[in-house]
Design a protein around this ligand. Structure first.
Ligand code: GAL
Length: 435
């Protein structure tokens, strides 16, 4: 099955994200240049493209607004229509999208995660290959092979990636860490939990903030990958994946322990409130994808001053990967204008502008790191150097149906904290969707 294609990057050196000062990197010289006139030519058809995302509010919307503005400048004959539906990780949007697609009312293009999530749409013949556009944009000479592999199903590519996000980032409040006397980055989950004890003893009632179900799934997958390492974690998504192993059970126990340090959350709580708890000093830690950077920027919080960041620590440092990409829906009204949108989001111009705002790194390797934040430059370096694992919560590792079953199990676990039940539910989900 598709899950077999999940691969890990070279396991060269381990760069801990925390405090890494990456002003310039030796790879920059190999990255070619960002040309000012890099937007591909429009088809000339002209017309409207309705773009469906979940980047509807707050910091989420800012990157999309920048894309909209630039698209109007570069493709004056085309019109962008914003069809965003609010709710982090597409928690509301995906249901609306599924019904629109089922009812034969596809948007011009929709946001989907590179990887297993796309297989649902492909199997249902709801999206079409975009091989020609990827080729026009430079193919494997500009998109990393690890990403192209995740986008390719039966020899075809079904979406154009606009960014690469990292999900397994611990954001930490610098002042509260200092107050608690935590001066070192922990080297494994147990060490991190010991630091949570310390910060609790220093008077912080909520060491770790969480949001609703998908944020809990993201925290769990980050602990799972940290405890098991890239190879162990990646194997879980192959047909032989041993979800009943002692390693998975140990990770569940670590996760259970981490939950004893959190606020109380409801299933539907969105991510910005949890991230803001860390930024405003109500919590010390929050685990969230690096779209959180856009939220911190909006609140005027500075990396390495107000907050710091490190990958959830464990066996080795891993990059829990996901990429937002845009699709060509089958039967869309104006496919030529959709193709213009895809050419645009895949261009260096769009990726430079969008990713600087979004907190992500460009999917293209020929966008220079110059002008990106210190955090993002460190993420670019890590993406090249540390092993890659695929996110569960954000559709890179598992299909929509599989992730929804995992989310149901996580939500139950949040209520009953029964590790055996969670382990059995994870095994059952793999039996059903991962074999
Ligand atoms: C992810 C998406 C990110 C960000 C996040 C929070 O699924 O890939 O771009 O939007 O959800 O909503």
């Amino acid at each position: 099955m598709y899950a077999k294609k999940i691969a890990a990057l070279a396991t060269a050196s381990m760069l801990v994200l925390a405090g890494c000062s990456s002003t310039s990197t030796s790879e920059e010289g190999n990255q070619g240049s960002t040309m000012s006139s890099s937007t591909p030519k429009a088809s000339g058809a002209g017309g409207e493209v309705g773009v469906f995302t979940w980047w509807a509010d707050g910091s989420e919307a800012k990157g999309l607004q920048a894309l909209e503005k630039m698209f109007a400048e570069k493709y004056p004959h085309d019109r962008f229509k914003n069809l965003a539906v609010a709710g982090g990780s597409g928690s509301n949007a995906k249901a609306k999208l599924a019904s629109d697609l089922k009812n034969g009312n596809p948007p011009g293009s929709f946001q989907g995660h590179a990887g297993a999530e796309l297989t649902d749409y492909i199997d249902n013949e709801q999206i079409e290959p975009v091989d020609g556009i990827i080729k026009e944009l430079g193919g494997e000479s500009v998109f990393p092979k690890t990403l192209v592999d995740r986008l390719t199903v039966d020899g075809h590519i079904y979406s154009v990636p606009v960014d690469i996000h990292r999900a397994n980032v611990v954001w930490a409040n610098s002042a509260l860490l200092k107050k608690a006397g935590v001066t070192k980055t922990p080297t494994d989950v147990k060490g991190w939990i010991a630091d949570m004890e310390k910060v609790k003893a220093s008077g912080v009632a909520t060491p770790l903030s969480i949001g609703g179900t998908w944020t809990q799934t993201e925290l769990f997958e980050s602990i799972l990958a940290a405890d098991m390492g890239a190879d162990g974690y990646n194997k879980l998504f192959t047909p032989d994946g041993a979800w009943d192993s002692p390693e998975v059970k140990a990770a569940i126990e670590d996760y259970k322990k981490a939950l004893t340090f959190t606020n109380t959350a409801s299933d539907g709580d969105d991510w910005p409130a949890a991230t803001d708890m860390m930024a405003s000093g109500k919590a010390v830690y929050n685990v969230m994808g690096d779209w959180a950077v856009a939220e911190f920027d909006m609140k005027g919080k500075k990396y390495n001053v107000d907050y710091t960041a490190f990958a959830v620590p464990g066996k080795e440092v891993v990059y829990d990967f996901l990429a937002d990409s845009f699709t060509l829906p089958t039967g869309t009204k104006n496919p030529e204008v959709t193709k213009d949108w895809l050419r645009f989001v895949g261009s260096t111009d769009a990726q430079l502008t969008f990713n600087k705002i979004k907190g992500s790194i460009p999917a293209r390797t020929d966008v220079k790191p110059d002008g990106f934040s210190t955090y993002q430059q460190a993420a670019m370096k890590d993406f090249k150097e540390v092993p890659i694992v695929s996110s569960i919560a954000h559709g890179a590792a598992v299909s929509l149906a599989w992730s929804s079953e995992i989310n149901t199990a996580m939500s139950k676990f949040y209520q009953d904290k029964n590790a055996d039940n969670l382990a059995s539910a994870l095994v059952a989900a793999h039996d059903k969707y991962g074999k």
